[in-house]
Ligand binder design. Structure first.
Ligand code: ARG
Length: 567
């Protein structure tokens, strides 16, 4: 039984007939107040106009005889400070260790979720600006899967729009035969830059020609469609190379173009419902009453836009999957766009929960990165540098290239995931790769140290991957010192941390949890001899180390970070 349920039952015993549905037991903010605390006596006293300390005393009385708590104290105006018994703690640890996925509750069983993330624009190389959506989205994806949700990870590529007219014209006239034959995303990017520059020429001839190509493409011209398809395939091939490095996998790659045929129907429906009206030649939905301005759903030239395409996309996703919710991970500058079309979707009758997870800007080594300047660091280059720098660190210990990738890419990911998505972050090599402090390598080292300790103790395997070999079944947990206890209590919070990270759509909640666990492990390790202790203490402490290792590698796995056993 959960602690909250036990204390709730005590409230019910003390005050029969009252509703105590909201009673919660939380980890104590300070160990000097016990292990857990409950503040609901105050809340209830206020409602019932009773003396809160008396309420606390009655609940404490009702908890007497319960072997979960060793001590129940009433503090201040009526807080309940709870100290758990060793027997309860040890049995909870054993339970956690025996459950699959370290006890992550299967809250999402039977529920479908679509997560739309990364979603770069085609025909361009991925750059440093694509890290956040990819890394945060992937972590949310993994966290939801771990909770048992049936997740559909969709890469909503920007694969349609005016840039394709410019690209087609440029491809035909500005690339060499060789470049056309061995077409790469880098070539496409160059072709776009050259062609877009020519489209700015005064006479407007090139610009018109680009428009013509676009119109032909939109009308289904065979040659232009084939070229477009080729550009998309090459782009996806290149994106997949990045995703493979980052351990990201999508279930579907449905770009904006996938919804082309659905857009006219959306607009017709909006008109029919009286939601969209003509304004200066365009068709708009007025959202002024919600302070969301005006959203264009069909431009004055008859073309559709980002809003129309997201509305068509939600229609398709709802009809095809009927998901419980759809999560969109994009930068915070798109907040108005999402608020606008979420509101329109609700008016159209879509009841699926739509969630936008906005993230802040990223600067690089103190300098703003701007997509306009076009001189962005390519993601490929950033990852290559991460690997090179990590290799410098691991080679002294005989680490190989694979290990350098695990550490380097892990560092890049963790430096993002350790911050609340909405905050602006600065990427710095020194911070990302620091071996001390809140960094990916610090946590990976912590895991590798546990593995080597367990191996030294003869309880682990030399296998190349996976969690340490389980300890013999007959050894039980036996928490005794305060540093052991603090680590143990933290480990019990793991399933709750995963749930909170999912509820808040913040992988940083899990990252914070893991960092704290690693710090508590380190103080336990420093204050408690393990291998040199007498056999029963040694065995019990090793069990705690083993459980910490399991929790740490499960948690880092949810953040998309590898946990090599040897560093
Ligand atoms: N392609 C867009 C961009 O690069 C992101 C798309 C996000 N997903 C969506 N359904 N709007 O900013």
């Amino acid at each position: 039984m959960e602690l909250s349920d036990i204390v709730k039952a005590a409230f019910e015993k003390a005050y029969p007939g009252e509703d105590f549905g909201g009673v919660r037991v939380l980890p104590a903010t300070d160990p000097k107040f016990g292990d857990y605390q409950c503040n609901d006596a105050l809340k209830f006293a206020k409602k019932a106009k009773a003396n809160p300390r008396e309420v606390g005393a009655k609940v404490a009385e009702a908890l007497k005889g319960n072997d979960v708590f060793e001590k129940v104290e009433i503090a201040g105006p009526g807080f309940l400070n709870l100290t758990v018994s060793s027997a309860w703690l040890n049995s909870q640890l054993a339970d956690l260790g025996s459950r699959p996925r370290c006890g992550i509750p299967q809250k999402g069983a039977g529920k479908k979720v679509v997560i739309d993330y990364s979603s770069p624009n085609a025909a361009k190389q991925m750059h440093i600006g694509h890290i956040r959506s990819t890394v945060i989205g992937c972590a949310i994806d993994r966290i939801f899967r771990s909770l048992g949700y049936d997740v559909i990870a969709d890469n909503h590529l920007g694969d349609w729009g005016t840039q394709f007219g410019i690209l087609i014209k440029g491809y035909r006239e500005l690339l060499t035969d060789d470049e056309r034959e061995n077409l790469t995303v880098a070539n496409l990017e160059k072709c776009y830059v050259l062609s877009a520059a020519k489209a700015k020429e005064e006479d407007g001839v090139w610009k018109d020609a680009c428009k013509q190509e676009l119109v032909k493409l939109q009308q289904g011209d065979k040659d232009n469609l084939a070229l477009w398809k080729r550009f998309i395939d090459i782009s996806i091939g290149e994106f997949d190379r990045m995703y493979a490095k980052l351990g990201v996998k999508f279930d579907t790659y449905r770009g904006e173009s996938y919804y082309n045929d659905t857009m006219p129907g959306i607009v017709a429906k909006l008109q029919e419902m009286g939601l969209a009206v003509e304004s200066e030649g365009a068709l708009v939905v007025n959202l002024e009453s919600e302070k969301l301005g005006v959203a264009i759903v069909r431009k004055s030239d008859g073309g559709y836009n980002y809003t129309t395409s997201d509305l068509a996309c939600v229609k398709t996703r709802v009809e095809e999957y009927d998901p419980e919710r759809i999560i969109y991970v994009t930068d915070a500058r798109q907040q108005l766009h999402f608020k606008q079309w979420f509101s329109i979707a609700a008016k159209m009758g879509y009841t699926t929960k739509l969630v936008h997870v906005p993230f802040g800007l990223m600067s690089f080594q103190g300098k703003a990165i701007s997509t306009r300047e076009g001189n962005l660091i390519k993601l490929d280059e950033l990852l290559a540098e991460a690997k090179r720098r990590a290799y410098d660190i691991v080679k002294e210990r005989g680490g190989d290239e694979k290990l350098a990738e695990q550490i380097g890419y892990g560092a890049v990911k963790y430096s993002d995931l350790s911050h609340d998505p909405i905050t602006d972050i600065d990427f710095s090599w020194d911070k990302a790769l620091a071996l001390e402090g809140n960094s990916g390598p610090y946590l990976q080292y912590a895991y590798a140290r546990v593995c080597s300790l367990l191996e030294k103790a003869g309880s682990g395997t030399d296998g190349a991957s996976g969690a340490p070999e389980p300890m013999p079944k007959d050894v039980g947990f036996a928490v005794s010192t305060s540093s052991e206890k603090r680590l143990a209590l933290q480990l019990l919070e793991f399933p709750g941390a995963v749930v909170r990270a999912a509820e808040a759509y913040k992988p940083s909640v899990l990252a914070d949890y893991l960092f704290q666990a690693a710090q508590l492990y380190s103080s336990f390790y420093q204050s408690s001899p393990i291998l040199k202790s007498e056999p029963s203490v040694r065995a019990a402490r090793l069990k705690l180390c083993e459980l910490f290792g399991k929790v740490l590698s499960t948690g880092l796995g949810l953040l998309g970070i590898d946990t090599p056993r040897h560093i």
